[in-house]
Write a protein that binds this ligand. Structure first.
Ligand code: TYD
Length: 134
């Protein structure tokens, strides 16, 4: 499984830093939804799902966390600890978020509106669907 990281260009000067996110430019899809996760309690693990059709980019704006990606064959954990680093989470990739620092703010850009029917929340079912897709 290829880990796809986007390194955003920082428009920095003596006043500080700025990053701009633009759909179909440095974000590889139409951005239809943005959500962010913060105040996650210590030792909490979130996610535990895959999406049938959704593509996402996760960026840790503050603090740090880890994201486990699993394509049904291979699992890889990625540390997100820089606001200029985006992790692409493609459709049909099982993912879990963990090791949140107390100050972690994780923003996620998503290619579709929230749709519960797009979620696969059962890992056995995920493996079955992923396996049948070849
Ligand atoms: P949930 O999927 O359980 O979060 P995680 O995958 O991080 O563990 O989502 C938490 C709640 O927020 C749940 O009630 C669904 C809701 N939600 C929305 O209403 N809109 C959204 O865009 C997302 C991602 C979640």
């Amino acid at each position: 499984m290829k880990i796809e990281i986007i390194n955003f260009e920082i428009k920095g000067n003596e006043r500080g830093s700025l990053i701009a996110l633009e759909e179909n430019k440095n974000i590889p899809f139409d951005i239809r939804r943005v959500y962010y996760i913060f105040g996650t309690k210590e030792k909490v693990r979130r996610g535990f799902h895959a999406h049938k059709q959704l593509n996402q980019v996760a960026i840790c704006l503050n603090g740090s966390c880890k994201i486990l990606l699993d394509d049904g064959n291979e699992k890889k954990a990625v540390l997100l600890d820089q606001p200029d680093k985006g992790l692409i989470i493609r459709e049909m990739i099982w993912h879990e978020m963990f090791d949140f620092s107390e100050d972690c703010v994780l923003i996620v850009l998503a290619s579709e509106l929230y749709e519960e029917s797009d979620y696969i929340r059962n890992y056995e079912k995920y493996l079955c669907i992923e396996g049948s897709n070849g």
